[in-house]
Design a protein around this ligand. Sequence first.
Ligand code: TXA
Ligand code: MG
Length: 339
Amino acid sequence: MNTQILSTKDKDIKIAASILKAGGLVAIPTETVYGLAANAFCEKAVKKIFIAKGRPQDNPLIVHISSLSELSQLCADIPEYARPVIERFWPGPLTILFKKSPQVNDTVTCGLDSIAVRFPSHPVAQTIIRAAGVPLAAPSANLSGRPSTTTFNHVLEDLDGKIDAIVDGGDCQVGLESTVLDLRIRPPRILRPGGTTVEELQEVLPDLIIDPAVYHSLPPESAPPSPGMKYRHYAPKSPVVIVQGPEDRVISYIRSKAGPDCGILCYNENINLFPTGIVVAYGSRQDIANLAHNLFDRLRRFDETPVRMIFAQCPDETGIGLAISNRLNKAAGFQVIRV
Ligand code: TXA
Ligand code: MG
């Protein structure tokens, strides 16, 4: 398949919309990561997403909207206490689970009775949804098991030749996926930490809880509340080992263990402290938003090198640090060395 490269100019957005209307697949920029979009009401189109990504058949998709009026086609019930959350955080990097409307095809939700909905804040994403005239089902636009795509080149790397078009919207601002919040139950529960922080959500939802699967690996054969939790997502080709503790001890531990065939994912401040190994910095420890922005790009860079394993410095779990830590932990299979 020849994958068309589209810009964000009006004439190209029209082309993207017509491909989507005709049941094709278009990778689109959002403020979190690139999404691989299809008409959410076209089963044939949605099925193609699973094939293009190599996505497991039991991992449901997020449906993206560009106005609140689209919610009633997707959800059977919008609880009253969802209103202040929607008002405060949409559009933005927050995905909300609702009870699914029977109108929504089971292919989107993998037969679950819930539906994940997101209203992205990226102006290009909004324009494309509006032009397509339908909500768009869109998982992250990466091959299943690889880190999500946060630049146009990442999408090209993973999906060129497999999808109809890619809209080049430059780099995604957040760099990590949206927060997934289950609002069907009380207390409300975070299933995946992401671009909207726990601290921000707690201002509106003081009884918010975080699902244990955010912190720990799930026992095999368990049925997680969000199917995506059980996959070793966000994984570079080599295993990651997180080294945690006071920074000087983390640095001496990595220095003592890292051989020339090891990768080291570190803060900018420490880039010159590792004499052996392939050293990649992902931002200043003072700027965790920037660490989040760069994380997937740097993990992908290691895939171009022959490293056997990757030692990683990881920020603490405040703010977006929780999402960074969750993605690194998933890449590490929750193996952490404490020093
Ligand atoms: O930022 C994002 O959320 C990006 C952009 C493109 O919007 N999308 C994204 O989609 O990260 P994806 O498919 O890579 O991750 C969606 C996560 C998966 O872990 C999936 O299992 C979960 O949301 N999910 C989707 N629908 C669900 C449902 N009905 N119940 C529970 N979990 C659901
Ligand atoms: Mg994904």
